[in-house]
Design a protein around this ligand. Structure first.
Ligand SMILES: C[S@@+](CC[C@H](N)C(=O)[O-])C[C@H]1O[C@@H](n2cnc3c(N)ncnc32)[C@H](O)[C@@H]1O
Length: 468
């Protein structure tokens, strides 16, 4: 484990060595360790064995979750090579798999996402943890649910009767009222996540895709589910996972009195508009992230997938900036995400982007030639990604490392080489590609039937250094 590491590579480098040489040596070390790990286990970046309960991974089915042990191995390699790293940031945090993995190292963790449901899950996964109080709340909660005979429906939104059968809406309302009675905010958040998964499983939405898509009427009529039973079942299971996760972190000295020993901060924000920076100076030592592959609408609809659960949650419990505006339409979160707005693209920025990235220029031209009118969609995403990179480069320290996991996608029958484009964009901002490896995607459920999103079976892990 990292917490027990004895001597780092950097400590072996003589003191008088120059800064530039120092980082070149660290680069070499990273390359050699990545090569060694790949040689020892060809499956290491794909899907190594791990205990899913340790990372609270089954808590809510958030789309495109990363494999925590892959992230942990990568972080471990970089931290062992550079002992000066004290914090990490993930600007596309999702359900905080990377943060959960990073917490085993004890460094400070910062995570941002534009989706309030991601923020909720991340806050629960990263603590504070109230194991005993939760156990106590569980029995009180079950009692309160049983005692509630009210038929009042707690939510009202367009599509309520389309997405929920009346009995399910009544049961969910009783669960909502019982959760509201819990005083402790952290425990309420835990319960909101359990409710989210219950909503996902009991709504009339198909669970086979991330896009909202109602089941056929006959199937809806024949489904006889109990939201209360599902909630109780998932609560009991998740409590066990929660205990395993906290015990694991405690064993390695990373949790004390129910809280992570390092600093952990989660923020609901659009990484395109600016990244939280607690100081005016560049602040972050390491970035580890897996961004979307394209606009949500045609890749993974994280927002639509979160829309129904979010309707039932008291949004201020997630974050003070989580307002009903996020639920203006079923597509609002997706619209706010990278590449979500395709109208009125900034032509000056587009021209500069075409100059910066020859790969993007060729791709853009090829899409125009298909006459499918999809060039704006691709341009909007890459423009947003580029803008996010500008923000990221402002808050990253000199010689900090970045670990990106990204895959290519298809639009109008053409491959969009995201990895190559990302490399060119980062290099244009003074980043250097240190090394790269490929990983197979096994668990990511993608909308494979759609010809535009087909064949996303591999992704690249790219390690960069911001040149000092
Ligand atoms: C591939 S997922 C990350 C999944 C994560 N690694 C996990 O294991 O759960 C990409 C995330 O980027 C977020 N996202 C998209 N556009 C964003 C933006 N402009 N600002 C912040 N987050 C954004 C999405 O909401 C989504 O959660």
């Amino acid at each position: 484990m990292l917490s027990q590491r004895k001597i780092t590579f950097y400590e072996l480098i003589p003191n008088k060595i120059g800064v530039v040489d120092r980082y070149i040596e660290i680069d070499k070390r990273i390359i050699s360790e990545v090569t060694k790990a790949t040689g020892e286990n060809s499956n290491i970046w794909t899907c190594p064995e791990f205990n899913r309960r340790e990372y609270l991974r089954n808590f809510f089915q958030y789309p495109a979750m990363m494999v925590p042990v892959v992230q942990r191995k990568l972080i471990e390699i970089v931290l062992q090579a550079d002992s000066e790293i004290k914090n990490m940031v993930d600007p596309f945090m999702g359900s905080a798999t990377t943060l959960a993995a990073c917490m085993e190292t004890g460094i400070d963790c910062y995570g941002f996402d534009i989706n309030p449901l991601a923020i909720l899950i991340a806050k629960v996964r990263t603590g504070p943890y109230f194991l005993n109080d939760l156990k106590h709340s569980q029995s009180q909660l079950v009692e309160n649910i049983g005692a509630d005979k009210s038929e009042y429906i707690e939510v009202d939104f367009r599509g309520l009767s389309k997405w929920f059968k009346p009995e399910i809406a009544k049961e969910l309302s009783r669960l909502v009222r019982a959760i509201r009675k819990v005083d402790n905010l952290s425990i309420r958040r835990f319960l909101w996540v359990i409710l989210s998964e219950t909503v996902r499983l009991t709504s009339n939405d198909r669970t086979s895709t991330f896009k909202l898509h109602a089941r056929p009427q006959e199937e809806i009529l024949n489904r006889n589910l109990s939201a209360t039973d599902l909630f109780k079942y998932h609560l009991a299971k998740s409590l066990e996972d929660y205990r395993t996760h906290v015990d694991y972190l405690t064993k390695f000295g990373m949790v004390h009195n129910g809280s992570y020993t390092g600093n952990v901060e989660i923020k609901l924000l659009n990484s395109k508009d600016g990244i939280f920076n607690p100081t005016a100076e560049p602040f972050y030592d390491l970035l580890v992230t897996s961004p979307p592959y394209g606009d949500n609408k045609t890749t993974v609809t994280y927002g639509q997938h979160s829309y129904l659960p979010l309707q039932w949650i008291d949004l201020p419990d997630i974050d003070e900036t989580a307002t009903r505006d996020f639920l203006r339409t079923t597509s609002e979160i997706d619209r706010r995400s990278l590449g979500g707005i395709t109208s009125q693209l900034n032509q000056v920025d587009l021209i500069s982007l075409l100059e910066i990235s020859p790969t993007f220029r060729n791709t853009y031209q090829s899409i125009i030639n298909t006459n499918e009118n999809k060039h704006n969609k691709v341009a909007a995403f890459i423009l947003d990604l580029n803008k996010t990179l500008d923000n990221i480069f402002q808050v990253l320290k000199k010689n900090s490392y970045q670990i990106w996991t990204i895959g290519n996608r298809r639009v109008a029958g053409l491959t969009i080489p995201n990895s190559k484009i990302l490399i060119e964009l980062i290099e244009s901002k003074g980043g250097k590609l240190v090394t790269q490896v490929e990983r197979e995607i096994i668990n990511k459920r993608m909308a494979k039937r759609n010809k535009d999103t087909a064949l996303m079976n591999n992704e690249d892990i790219l390690i960069f250094r911001k040149l000092g």
